[in-house]
Design a protein around this ligand. Structure first.
Ligand code: HEM
Length: 459
């Protein structure tokens, strides 16, 4: 029963200020919008963009009301300038049981910047160049397992490969048994991914067989291995000469001379392992799907690589793949204060999504936008606010250079050594799974031919 004595008088209720009107958008219920996004994310977003313009509002289940922004100028002003009223870590909070509260993905404000400054150097320039050798080794080992006539689901194979790369780049672990233990612990933890989004009330450890109990035990097992690697590395007399990310982080100091604690290191290592492998594997699966269905692009790439002169075209293939098939459809910023975005005044608390997938398909920026044409990127670098697969500003993906190097090296090795035939006649439909865009069937291919490894062929 309503307690009338505490209800505000009607007249008062009506005179409450109205929430600022949100930009237009689909009127259907959140359930319908969410279902459309899951099944056809790119078609839904571009359809809404055509109908409602550069700034549109969509209510979703779980994530609530979001405002998409598809205007590069408005995105530029979200990514640059004062960021104090924009949070990105807040929306990642559901991942905190796995990543920990001290992960760069979860933190906001000055603490986020402190972590980011410490994490960036191992992922820049020369450091990434050093990882190329690791990527080539891991790819060669993967290709050695492929047999003519075999059918492969490339996204699965690429996931194993990219996990191995990130584990070796981050931990510098080369002992196979230790990589295997880490992989097993993390894959069994990742198998419980749907639980990451359990509401707080259901996150209860009710014994070994309860879902949260199982999660807690698998998490503890993975943590034990990560802490073991941290302890080994701290005790390594050659720490100062090592180039892996963990060693660089152990040596890194912030402006006040402070170092990351073991807890902070654990959270960042877990973040890199999780953020760094599925995304790259999906990017690779999309690349092979597009190459498989565009024989003219594949032939040019193969010819140029075989002639030892293909790096520019190879990089353009990676750039064009990430344009046409971005793995993340939109970056995310939560407003902590009202802010004008693309000419609309938006209230505090609203989630704003720079609409990566929509910007990448704008005809005014990319003529014949739905065509796969690496040539577009042969003449120059992609622009920071119109090519956004890695987001931007102070939250731009830390692993962007590593991911692009990894995609390039894996594509190079596969194109030079293997003939893959797409199992499906048409390019893969793009669907939303979790928070990433993925090829619906995981890009199944048949191995028609696999050439023996040629030493130095990838130099
Ligand atoms: C093709 C592969 C990848 C894609 C498409 C991708 C995409 C993204 C995107 C869109 C963001 C959010 C950016 C923003 O909000 O502005 C992000 C953040 C991040 N990514 Fe990646 N990523 C990839 C690979 C990697 C790799 C290999 C690592 C390994 C270190 C990594 C680590 C991170 C981290 C730590 C953040 C959080 C940065 C912050 O909040 O300051 N990612 N990534």
């Amino acid at each position: 029963m309503t307690d009338v004595s505490t209800s505000p008088p009607r007249v008062l209720r009506r005179s409450r200020p109205r929430r600022a009107a949100l930009p237009p958008g689909p009127r259907g219920p959140a359930l319908v919008n969410t279902a459309r996004m899951v099944e056809d994310p790119v078609g839904s977003l571009t359809g809404w963009h055509r109908r409602y313009g550069d700034v549109f509002t969509v209510p979703f289940l779980v994530f609530g009301v979001g405002v998409y922004v598809a205007d590069p100028e408005a995105i530029r002003s979200l990514f640059t300038g004062d960021q104090s009223d924009l949070h990105a870590g807040e929306a990642n909070e559901p991942l905190s049981p796995v990543l920990g509260k001290r992960s760069v993905l979860i933190l906001d404000g000055p603490e986020h910047l402190r972590h980011r400054r410490l994490l960036l150097p191992p992922f820049q320039g020369s450091a990434v160049a050093a990882f190329r050798a690791v990527i080539r080794d891991v790819t060669a080992a993967e290709l050695a397992r492929w047999r003519p006539g075999e059918e492969l689901v490339l996204r699965e194979r690429m996931r194993t490969l990219t996990f191995e790369v990130i584990a070796r780049a981050v931990f510098g672990v080369t002992v196979p048994a230790r990589i295997d233990r880490l992989r097993d612990a993390l894959t069994s933890l990742l198998a419980l991914q749907p639980l990451f989004f359990l509401p707080q009330a259901l996150r209860r450890d009710l014994g070994r067989l309860s879902p949260w109990g199982l999660f807690r035990r698998r998490l503890a097992a993975a943590d034990a291995l990560i802490y073991e690697e941290i302890a080994r590395r701290r005790a390594d007399p050659a720490l100062d000469e090592r180039a892996d990310v963990l060693s660089l982080l152990l040596r890194a100091r912030d402006e006040d001379g402070g170092a990351l604690t073991d807890r902070e290191l654990r959270d960042e290592l877990m973040t890199m392992l999780l953020a760094g492998h599925e995304t790259t594997a999906t990017g690779l699966a999309f690349a092979f799907d597009l190459l498989g269905h565009h024989p003219e692009v594949l032939a040019r790439l193969r010819d140029e690589l075989a002639a030892g002169d293909g790096d520019r075209y190879l990089d353009a293939v990676v750039t064009e793949t990430l344009r046409l098939r971005p793995v993340i459809d939109g970056a995310e910023r939560t407003l902590t204060r009202p802010r004008v975005v693309g000419g609309h005044e938006l209230p505090a608390g609203i989630r704003v999504y720079p609409a990566i997938a929509v910007v990448h398909l704008r005809e005014d920026l990319y003529p014949d936008a739905t065509a796969f044409r690496p040539e577009r990127f042969l003449d120059g670098k992609a622009d920071a606010y119109t090519w956004l697969p890695f987001g931007g500003g102070i939250r731009r993906c830390i692993g962007a250079a590593l991911a692009q190097a990894e995609m390039a090296e894996v594509i190079r090795a596969v194109v030079l050594r293997a003939d893959l035939e797409p199992v499906r006649a048409d390019p893969e439909p793009v669907v939303l799974r979790g928070i990433t865009l993925v090829p619906r069937h995981g890009t199944p291919v048949r191995v028609r031919r696999i050439a023996p490894a040629v030493p130095h062929s990838t130099a």
